[in-house]
Every structure is written in C-alpha cells, then in structure tokens.
Design a protein around this ligand. Structure first.
Ligand code: C2E
Ligand code: MG
Ligand code: MG
Length: 893
C-alpha cells in the first residue's frame, strides 16, 4: 500500500517536472524562434536600409561627378570653338564665358585649366594669379593626362588651400581641335561630397565611404567620428568594376571601423570608384537586442515562475502524499481496530447512509453481508432485518417496526436490545457524531443477561432445592397480603419444620440430609396449587404460601388445614435415601393473613410460633397461630430480659435433691437450679432453662452452677459427714459444646480443691448424639481426670443403645416417664428391666429418678437398681436443709 503510494507520488513528481520541462522548452523555443525571425527581419530591414543608402549615395555621387565632368568637358567645347585670330589660347581661356561656366558649379573650387605639362593656363578663381593656389599635384596631373580614355579623374584628398578643409582634386583631359591636350582641374571640398554621400539624411549608425576599388579611401563618414581622415580602408573591395553593379559586396565588416556588419557597395560610373554603406551588426540589431534582452528577461522570469510552480506542485504533492500516507495508515489502523472490536460497529453519515462497518457487525447480521456497501441507506438494512425479527408479522407491522427503529435513532436516548434469530441478544447503542451522522454499536449482552438471570436466581432461589428463598418468600407474602386486602380473599402461610432432621443429618451425613430436603421440596410442590408459593428458609424449614382462600376466616382456616394435613400425610410417606428407607414427619405452623395490614415478617413469625407449638406437641402436627401464642412469646421475651439480670443481681439459688442407696442412705444429690425472682417468686428450671438455652444465657448460668457446686463440694471436704457425698450437675447441650468446656470444668474443680470423682455431669441422650465424636472426645478428657458422667433421661432417646459402649459412662439415669407407670404399664416395666439388665452387663450404675411410690421403689429394687431419687424419698431443697438432712441421717442409728 505504502510503496504503491510512493510509486504514485514518484510518477506524479515526474509528470510535474516533465510538464514544467515541456513548458519551458516550448516557451524558450518559441521565444528563440520569434527572436530568430525578428533578427532575420531586422537584419533584412537593415540590409535593405543599407542598400537603399548605398544606392542613394551612388545616385547622388554619380549625378554630382557627372555634373563636374560635364562642366569640365564644357571647357573643351568652349575652347574648341574657332578662336579669333591672334587670340592665344590663354586669352581664349580667359574669356568670360569660360569663367561663367567655371562658376556654374558651386561645389567646385579652384577650377583651372592646365596645359599638358601641368602649367596653369587659367585659374578661374584668381584670374591674375601666376601661381594660383589649388594647383594639383604633378603626379595627379600626369595620371589624369595618362588616361587611355579621357574622363573625369578623382584624386586622393588633400588639404585645401585654407589648409583646413580637405578637398578632392578632380581633373579631366581636354583635347582641343588643334590636337593640343589640356587639363581641366578643380577641387571639390570633401565636406560637400560628404553631404552628397549623406543625401541630406540625419546621421545614423551607417558608415558611408567613397573609395577606390584598391582600398584608397576618398571620403569616409563615420557616424560617430565624422569624416575619417585615413587614406585607406583595411582592404579593397576588389569587386568587378561594373558601374551600378549591385552589391555583392563583402559582407562581414564595416568599411571604416571594421566591425562585423552589413555592407552594401555600389560601383560608380567612374572607373574604380565605389560608394559603400555599412552598418555594424550591433547597430542593425540594436532594437532586436533590446527586444531579445527583454524577451529573455521575460522568458527567464516565466521559466523561473514555472520552476517555482513545479517546485510548489512537488511540495504540494509530497505533502499530499504524506497526508495520504498518514490517512491510509490511520485508516488501516481504524480498520484493524474495528476488525478486532468485540462489538459490532456501524457508522452512518448525516443522511443515514452507510459509511463504515466492521466484521463483527456482519457476524451479528450475516444476512446483511451481501448488501453492505458504502452509501447504502440504513433504512434498507432495517428492511432486510425486520423479516428476521418479526417473521410472521404483516407488512404494515414490519414497516411500523422500521419507522419506530428510525425514530428511536433520532431520539437515541437509551440503548435498546434486539433478540437475534441465533438466540443471542445484542444491545444497540446509538450516538450522534459531531458532523450529524450516527455511530451504532452492537454489543453482545447474552452472557450478561444469563449472568443477571443467574444472579437473580441466586438472589431469590434456594440452590439446593430450587425453591424460592427467604427474600423472594417475603416479597411474595408482602404481595399476597396486599392482594388479599384488596380482594378480601384470605391467604395462609404454612411454616413446615422437619422433625428430628438434625439427627438424621448427624447420623447419616449431610449428603443424605440434602437428598431428603430435595424430596421434601418436591413433595411440597406436588401438594399445592400452581399459584401457591413454596419456599425454603434454610435448614429443614420450608414455607408454603396459600393464595385465594375463602373470604370467611373459618372457611379459609379449614381450607388451609386441609392443605396442611395433605402436606403432612405426603411427608409421612417413606423416603428412599441412598439405599436407606427413611421415615420422617414434620411440624406445621399455620397463620392466616388478609384480615388486616401486616408485614410479611410478622405473618412468617406467627406461622413460626405456631410451628413451635406443633413441635412442642411432639411434632407431626398442624397448629394454627392464636394470639395467645403471641402472648406466650412476649412473656418469654420478658423472661429473657429478666433472666439477664438474674446472675448480676444474685437471684439464682442451688437446690439439692438427695439420692439414696438401697439402704436408704444419702449418697449424693442432684443439683437443681432455682431462680429467686423479686416479682415472680421462686421460678423452677422448667420455665427458664429452655429460654436460657435459646438465648445463650445458659453458658454463664451453667458456669455459675458448676462453680457453685464445686465450691459446695470443697466446703464439704472439711466436714466428715458430707465429704463423701457426690453432686450431679446438669449440663445443657449449648454449654457442653463450648470450646472451653473441659478447661472450665477443670478450673472450677481445681479452684475449689474438689476430688474429681465427687462430681458427676448429667448429659442427655440427645446432647451426646448431636455430635458423637466431639461428645466422646470431651467426655474422655474429663473422664480420664476422674469426672463421672451419667446419661440423664435415659430411654427417651430413640436411637440404638450401641453407642453406650463407646461412651465413658459411669451411670444411667432412668427417665421419670418410665418410672412413673411402673406397676401400671407392662411395656414400661419391660423397658426398665431392659435398661437395668443392660447396665448390669455394661457394669454401669443405674439411678432412677422420679420415684414417687414405694411400689416403684420396690420394683426398681427387685430388678437391681442401686440408687433412687424422687419425691418418695426427698424433694429438691435448699443446701442448708440438705446438709441438716444428711447430718441427721448420719446421726440416726
Ligand atoms: P432433670 O435433670 O431430669 O431433673 C429432675 C427433675 O425431676 C427435677 O425437676 C426434679 O424436681 C424432678 N423430680 C424429682 N423427683 C421427682 C418425682 O418423684 N416426681 C416428679 N414429678 N418430679 C420429680 P426440676 O428441678 O424442675 O428440673 C427440671 C429440669 O431442669 C431438670 O430435669 C434438668 O434437666 C433441668 N435443670 C435443673 N437444674 C439445672 C441446671 O443447673 N442446669 C441445667 N442445664 N439444667 C437444669
Ligand atoms: Mg438431671
Ligand atoms: Mg431427668
């Protein structure tokens, strides 16, 4: 591309300079031709002028000499007349007639007659003079007389009689009838002849001569110097002496100054005499030379202008080349940039005609590719595209789409999106350019849309089950609440919590738990109508929102109950979980909404409360929310607030319930917590332990119980009657799960100086099962230091007893519920017998709690129970009372 441009540039330079050269050559050529022609014309003119002058001089000179010749010849006639006798020649010669003749020609001076010896006969100017002035030189006389054919002879110039003026002597031999030979002589002032030569013209550059063919100069008229005084010119004319012959005169040099020039020579009638006119070439060409100088200057000026124009054109071309190169480079760059752009690009001019586009655009709209060419109206592109966007639409609808699209381009406020037939989505952004055109960018936003959809799904849906999450649920309840208020139709929220899900999760693993949750989700969806919402709040908590129930609250409640029971029944069906067949149940709390404005959170909370109610009734039940539950709840909240004050305000008390051996001796006690509340009075643990556990208050409270019990044991060490007594301390799950539980226990014992085997920790079956591994680990740490463990409420747990062998247990505590019906329910008797038998096999002690009758005591004793606790024997009592009891017992025989 670049070299092509370069070449292009070079050719252009060449063309420019060839053109300049041709113009210069043409100009110079024509000027030269013109000058040459002008020169030739000038030369011809000058030559003609010179020839004319020469001819004029010839004519004048011939006439003048002829006149002189005739005048002198006249003497021959006059003297040839018969002379009166006695009259001598001299006398005859002095006759006035002759003198008159002699004066006829004013040009002639010193006209005289000489005899053949050269002696003067008569001098007409000085008739008396014996030796007249102006006598010709003897040599001239002899020459004149010696002529073969007598004629006028011109002598060479000599100084005149006045010594100043040059004169030309002339002579003509005369032959008298008597045979005597005379000579008529005279002088012609050179100036006079010069005037004849000049023909009365103003002096010009022309040199005029009267000369002999031998080169003797008779008269030379130099335009600058006047009369030339030389006697010879450089070289003779050596021409044929044909009088009046045209001048084949020597060209080349002017006669006087021998300058190169034009010469015209003409022979006179008189032998050997010539007149010449010669003009120096410089003079002949003076005008031409001026013209030539002017033309040359003008031509040079023109040439200079042409060269300058050429240079400017070259410079311009070079700049254009550079600019074009820069343009080409930036265009290539632009093309490259457009080519690699991830967005489609289209540029339209102010008339909506296509200017530029990139390949990405063609990829988006492949059907447009064959149409694309610069200058194509954008409307055409839309018309070709609309078919793909509205395949089945009518022609009007398509036309309307095109118009709408063009209108949008005018407004170009917000980007619009277009779905391509490939399923991809492009975002179209249109921006005006400064020159009134439009830049259109096509950006593929398919992934963006997908991501947005994914994000929305993540934000609103539970990833495990695909059900709505809490956020979406709250939105839906809010919306359903508003709808219900408007329509008067009720809605209901069912809060579903799986019973004992945690145990399943812990025993079979999270994967199995997840499987169950997935199946539960599907069953819930199957149990409701399409419009109803099913959501998972997290863990094993699900929520169903029932819409469009009856206007009447009772009917609506009956409808909701119907659905809830259907759900329960469905969830009761066995599950196939990774090879296991699992049975599960759920607790459902239900709350109606739509009677009054409520927030979604409130509705959900009501259902939640109702669910707890169902759960507290051992699950697998439906419970509707009642305002009394709310009441209980707020009381509970108050309880929590009060409980927070219990420790700092020293309201907690330890009660001890004695434990007896078979012989009725007190061997220890269970530590039972009481809360001495300023208003409520003495509050039992059943009312606040659960609340304390939920609110984490159990951790500091439990620590206080343990520390106080240890302190008590420590104090008892100093009293022999008390020092062997054991204390059983109840440990709640949350307390046991604390990371620092083991060091905390050890710390309490160490601080009080307690022998570890006197401290027994009561753990419930479910606590141990929550996290068996952790439980075993912590129990081992404490057991190896002497602390004993007892499983409280033994028998209420539902799992197998196999784990018992793995736990470092000391005792089992048979739950009150089994003891209660001993002697009444055979099944309970079997359970108690089994527990006792098993404990024996595992070499574990057994303590029975809740022993209220002698019958129970006897049954237990009969089957090998070792320790007894119950109202039959003693109720929980303050520490002082317990100590009194022990001391009395010890004192008794
Ligand atoms: P628990 O560990 O099973 O304690 C025995 C409960 O049975 C005590 O109730 C006791 O008063 C009661 N009881 C004893 N003998 C009889 C009887 O013959 N008939 C009947 N009907 N009941 C009898 P209390 O003191 O109300 O304690 C209730 C529960 O509170 C305890 O059950 C225990 O789980 C918990 N608890 C008590 N104190 C603490 C404590 O300091 N820490 C923790 N974590 N829990 C405690
Ligand atoms: Mg207990
Ligand atoms: Mg118990």
């Amino acid at each position: 591309m670049r070299s092509a441009l370069h070449l292009h540039g070079r050719r252009l330079y060449l063309a420019i300079w060839v053109l300049v050269g041709l113009l210069i050559a043409g100009l110079a050529g024509s000027v030269l031709v013109l000058l040459y022609k002008q020169r030739s014309a000038d030369l011809a003119d000058s030559r003609a002028g010179v020839a004319r002058l020469a001819r004029g001089a010839e004519v004048g000179m011939n006439r003048t000499l002829l006149a002189v010749d005739v005048l002198l010849a006249t003497f021959e006639e006059l003297l040839g007349e018969p002379r009166p006798a006695g009259q001598s020649l001299y006398e005859q010669a002095r006759a006035p007639a002759l003198a008159a003749v002699a004066r006829q020609n004013l040009m002639l001076r010193h006209v005289m007659l000489l005899d053949d010896a050269g002696r003067p006969i008569v001098a007409f100017d000085e008739p008396g003079g014996a030796a007249p002035s102006g006598l010709p030189a003897p040599e001239f006389v002899r020459q004149a007389l010696a002529q073969a054919l007598p004629g006028l002879l011109l002598g060479n110039p000599v100084p005149g009689a006045d010594g100043v003026q040059q004169v030309l002597p002339v002579a003509r031999p005369l032959r008298l009838p008597d045979g005597r030979r005379l000579l008529a002589t005279a002088q012609i002032p050179v100036e006079a002849l010069a005037a004849v030569l000049m023909q009365g013209l103003a002096p010009s550059q022309v040199e005029l001569t009267l000369e002999r063919s031998t080169g003797e100069l008779l008269i030379g008229l130099d335009p600058e110097r006047g009369l030339d005084e030389r006697s010879h010119v450089q070289e003779g004319l050596a021409l044929q002496d044909a009088p009046g012959a045209p001048a084949s005169a020597p060209q080349g040099y002017t006669r006087l100054r021998a300058r190169p020039g034009l010469v015209s020579a003409r022979a006179l009638m008189y032998d050997g005499l010539w007149v010449t006119a010669s003009l120096p070439r410089t003079a002949a060409l003076a005008d031409w030379a001026a013209l030539a100088r002017l033309s040359t200057a003008a031509t040079l000026l023109l040439i200079a202008s042409l060269v300058l124009a050429g240079a400017l054109a070259t410079l311009h071309t070079r700049q254009m080349d550079l600019a074009r190169g820069a343009l080409a480079r930036s265009k290539a760059l632009l093309d490259q940039a457009l080519g690699v752009m991830v967005s489609g690009f289209v540029l339209l001019d102010r008339d909506g005609l296509l200017v530029q586009w990139n390949t990405r655009f063609e990829e988006f709209f492949p059907w447009l590719a064959p149409l694309l060419e610069p200058g194509l109206p954008f409307r055409r592109l839309l018309q070709a595209t609309v078919h793909y966007h509205l395949p089945g639409a009518s022609a009007e609808a398509k036309a309307a789409w095109v118009e709408e699209r063009l209108r949008h381009q005018q407004a170009a406020d917000s980007p619009l999106e277009q779905h391509l037939p490939t399923g991809r989505i492009v975002q179209i952004t249109e921006r005006p350019t400064p020159d009134g055109g439009v830049v259109i960018l096509y950006h593929d936003v398919t992934e963006l849309h997908q991501a947005a959809a994914d994000v929305e799904h993540l934000a609103f849906y539970d990833p495990l089950t695909g059900l709505a999450n809490r956020r979406l649920l709250l939105q839906r309840i809010e919306q359903a609440g508003a709808d219900a208020l408007r329509t008067g139709l009720h809605g209901a929220v069912l809060f579903i919590d799986l019973d004992r899900f945690k145990t399943l999760n812990d025993t079979l693993g999270h994967e199995v738990g997840d499987l169950l949750l997935g199946q539960v989700a599907r069953r819930l969806q199957g149990a409701v109508r399409a419009g109803d919402v099913v959501a998972r709040l997290g863990g094993d908590e699900f929520v169903i929102v029932l819409l469009r129930l009856d206007r009447h609250p009772d009917t609506a409640q009956a409808q909701a109950r119907g659905v809830a029971e259907k759900v329960l029944a469905s969830l009761n069906q066995p599950y196939a979980l990774d090879g296991h067949v699992h049975h599960s149940s759920a607790s459902i709390g239900a709350a109606l909404f739509g009677q009054e404005p409520q927030t979604a959170t409130d509705v959900l909370k009501q259902a939640d409360i109702a669910m707890y109610e169902a759960k507290s009734e051992h699950g697998n039940a439906v419970c509707f929310f009642a305002p009394s539950m709310q009441q209980a709840l707020s009381e509970r909240a108050q309880l929590v607030a009060d409980l927070k004050q219990a420790l700092p305000e020293d309201q907690l008390r330890l009660y001890l319930q004695p434990q007896f051996d078979g012989a009725g001796r007190v061997v220890g006690a269970e530590v039972l917590l009481r809360w001495q509340h300023p208003q409520r009075g003495l509050v039992g643990p059943a009312q606040f332990i659960a609340v304390a556990e939920e609110s984490e208050l159990i951790v500091p409270i439990g620590r206080w119980v343990l520390a106080t019990a240890c302190a008590l044991l420590g104090r008892w060490q100093r009293e022999p009657q008390l020092r062997e007594l054991c204390l059983s301390v109840n440990v709640s799950a949350r307390q046991f799960r604390q990371d620092d539980f083991v060091p905390m226990v050890m710390g309490c014992m160490a601080e009080a100086g307690v022998r570890p085997h006197l401290l027994e920790l009561e753990l419930t079956e479910s606590l141990v099962l929550e996290n068996v591994a952790e439980s075993i680990d912590k129990m081992h740490q404490l057991r190896t230091r002497g602390v004993r463990f007892v499983v409280d409420d033994f028998g209420t747990g539902y799992s197998s007893l196999a784990y018992l062998t793995r736990l470092p247990l000391h005792r089992l505590k048979i739950d009150r519920s089994f003891v209660q019906y001993l002697g009444e329910r055979h099944s309970d008797e079997v359970v108690v017998q089994t527990i006792l038998g098993m404990a024996r096999n595992l070499e574990l002690d057994v303590v029975a709690e809740g022993v209220e009758t002698q019958q129970q005591h006897d049954f237990l004793a009969a089957h090998g129970c070792t320790t007894y606790q119950g109202f039959l024997l003693a109720r929980p009592m303050p520490v002082e009372q317990f100590e009194v009891l022990v001391r009395q017992g010890a004192a008794a025989p």
